[in-house]
Design a protein around this ligand. Structure first.
Ligand code: ADP
Ligand code: MG
Length: 561
């Protein structure tokens, strides 16, 4: 610490690059400070630092980090506390360019493992990563201001956020209990034959299209009696709510009655949410995947023949490639790819579907002979997917009654409250028999899908564009329609996963499953930080296998000529 101090003083007023000499690690009373990377000038991206607090000094009880779900919740809790403290000291030191900026990861409503705060499972060591704009006056070093940051402003913030004795211990305890309860909900889904659980009293709608915070004065969720299940949670005790059973579930109702809001909630609830979010006691099966139309996407050697056959241009749909899919072929590819990557729950909203992929009505079936229609609409396969592959579907279908015939459960949203109307719907449907043949019978087990993964470039430069996608060395990867990607940090992790796989398997033809297994095993075993090489770990958040697959599928496709 003293060495750092005298070194900082010795470079005062020198040219900015002299800051580079500070790279290294320094002992402070409560922690080690690491300066991992120093920016080249005051206007460049700020310098990367981290602090390391030994488990002994941090003093966090072992039962808060021994188990994975608790550790992730603890890291999230510590990170939010640290970010709050950092907010108060950012730009208190002044100067040109980014001088005095102190920045740290900004988690949204969900609780995910993030590289910005890591707690060691074995010994409770705590690590915070952040960045600092090293202060300058013009282009020369302002040593006093950096001294102020590292010796006055930062130490109390680190100690308040990282030492157990300074934490709000009651709030931490509640966070641990919520994490246990959330795990228990998720754990009971399978046993109870459910694909999702929505607790009574939950708040589903969000504040606005751009805010994920809960809507104030919303109609709170209340399960219809017939779908109500009781889950036993370790801390909260009995928790009642709506269980959505496996199989085919329809969400119907008038326009603006809350159908899409319920579906969106299910999409988001593959991850746990923080206390106060309104969705903290909601869980969707962790392989739940939003399926939508995505015209213009590329598809690479995918077998979409279950849904599309004999295209008029004679194109093969058993091994189908295109750089510019139509609405229906893109939705077919999205469905097949999701199941291939392990999804057992498809979440579909008619608002974002290709109508001709979903359904074809009788009159059209009559006029256009089956031989001339390449599309086998989803309605013909939805039962088969469940019966043969155990893939359930939750489908918002406000405008098409034909789906009544294939549904196991029908939920009507009525002024934002769900009612179960399965009996009524089935009875009404009885008077309008379905005049189309549904597809039945065994589905051939999917053959192992081999893909060619282009080699990684020497130096890959990844630039993330929020939840829209990223570029690697100027090549754009558009992931806008993987709607469950949470934020830019998760996007960066997905990009890094791709680069990891290209370093490992680039230039080879490999089974898709092997690629996904390989990266998910790494993440499971070594955590999110294992995705990077080198000393600086950027802010990343844990992705799912399904989104990594979505990225791979779109990336390899763009190589087709
Ligand atoms: P639908 O898909 O049935 O047309 P939406 O789910 O899009 O309807 O909801 C319509 C509007 O109602 C949205 O602006 C949404 O924010 C609002 N909304 C949804 N659920 C609730 C609720 N529980 N309480 C209050 N407003 C809600
Ligand atoms: Mg809608």
């Amino acid at each position: 610490m003293r060495q750092l101090q005298s070194q900082i003083r010795s470079i005062d007023h020198k040219g900015y690059p002299a800051y580079k000499s500070l790279k290294g690690n320094y002992r402070f009373p409560a922690y080690e400070l690491w300066i991992d990377h120093v920016q080249g000038d005051p206007f460049a991206s700020p310098s990367s630092l981290h602090v390391f607090i030994s488990g002994k000094t941090a003093g966090i009880p072992a039962d808060c980090y021994g188990e994975k779900h608790r550790r992730t919740a603890l890291e999230d809790f510590l990170l939010r506390g640290f970010a709050k403290g950092v907010d108060k000291i950012s730009f208190q030191a002044k100067g040109s360019g980014k001088s005095g900026l102190i920045a740290v990861s900004r988690p949204g409503q969900e609780v995910l493992e993030r590289s910005a705060c890591q707690v060691d499972a074995k010994n409770g060591n705590v690590l915070f990563r952040f960045s600092v704009g090293f202060p300058a006056r013009g282009r020369s070093i302002d040593a006093r201001e950096l001294e102020k940051i590292l010796f006055e402003l930062l130490p109390p913030v680190v100690e308040r956020a990282g030492l157990y004795k300074n934490l709000n211990q009651k709030a931490l305890q509640q966070t641990m209990e919520l994490a246990d309860d959330q795990k228990a909900i998720r754990g009971q889904l399978e046993k109870k034959g459910l694909v999702a659980f929505v607790a009574n009293g939950s708040v589903l709608p969000r504040e606005s299209g751009i805010s994920e915070r809960p809507m104030k004065n919303a109609v709170v969720f209340q399960s219809p009696e017939s779908l109500e299940v009781v889950l036993e949670l370790p801390h909260r005790g009995e928790c009642r709510g709506m269980g959505i059973p496996k199989g085919v579930t329809l969400i119907v109702g008038g326009g603006y009655h809350g159908k899409s809001t319920l579906l969106k909630t299910l999409e988001k609830s593959v991850y746990p949410h923080i206390a106060g979010d309104g969705r903290e006691y909601i869980a969707t099966g962790s392989t739940g995947m939003k399926i939508r139309a995505e015209d213009g996407r590329s598809v690479y050697q995918e077998d979409i023949s279950l849904f599309i056959r004999n295209l008029p241009n004679g194109k093969d749909t058993v091994c189908f490639s295109t750089l510019d899919a139509s609405g229906s072929t893109s939705q077919a590819a999205n469905t097949v790819e999701a199941v291939e990557a392990g999804s057992r729950l498809l979440l579909i909203d008619e608002d974002t579907s290709a109508t001709n992929f979903m359904i074809r009505d009788e009159l059209m079936e009559l006029v256009i002979a089956a031989q001339q229609e390449p599309i086998v609409p989803f309605i013909k396969r939805v039962r088969q997917f469940y019966e043969e592959k155990e893939v359930s579907t939750v489908l918002v279908a406000g405008s098409c009654g034909a789906f009544f015939h294939v549904a196991d459960t029908v939920i009507q949203m009525d002024r934002y409250l769900p009612k179960e109307i399965t009996q009524e719907a089935k009875k009404a449907a009885g008077a309008f028999p379905l005049k189309m043949e549904l597809e039945t019978g065994k589905l051939a087990a999917a053959e192992e899908r081999m893909v060619f993964l282009p080699r990684a470039d020497e130096r890959s430069k990844v630039k993330v564009n929020g939840t829209d996608g990223f570029s690697v060395n100027k090549k754009q990867v558009d992931l806008r329609y993987l709607e469950q990607i949470t934020d830019g940090e998760q996007m960066l992790a997905i990009a890094k996963a791709l680069e990891y796989l290209r370093r490992k398997y680039g230039g080879k033809t490999v089974a898709m499953e092997k690629l996904l297994d390989s990266v998910m095993e790494l993440l499971e075993k070594d955590g999110i930080c294992a995705l990077t090489e080198g000393s600086v770990v950027p802010n990343m958040a844990m992705p799912r296998r399904l989104e990594v697959a979505g990225c791979l599928n779109r990336f390899i496709g763009t190589k087709v000529k």
